[in-house]
Design a protein. Structure first.
Length: 64
């Protein structure tokens, strides 16, 4: 089993930070909320792509 990469850890931190900010700052502006969510979604997509590449390489090595 391979451990989590740095981008997965950053994604988790951003996700938790976004949730905490939304809970604490209950009257957050739509713009600030959108920016936080967009940042989190972008990092999730980036992490998804990097993990997909990693797992595809791992699967190709197993088949050989």
């Amino acid at each position: 089993v391979k451990g989590a990469d740095w981008h997965g850890k950053v994604t988790t931190i951003l996700l938790y930070l976004m949730i905490v900010i939304h809970v604490i700052w209950y009257d957050i502006s739509n713009t600030a909320s959108f920016i936080l969510v967009a940042l989190c979604v972008c990092m999730m997509l980036f992490s998804f792509i990097l993990y997909s590449i990693r797992h595809i390489h791992t699967l190709k090595k197993r088949r050989c």
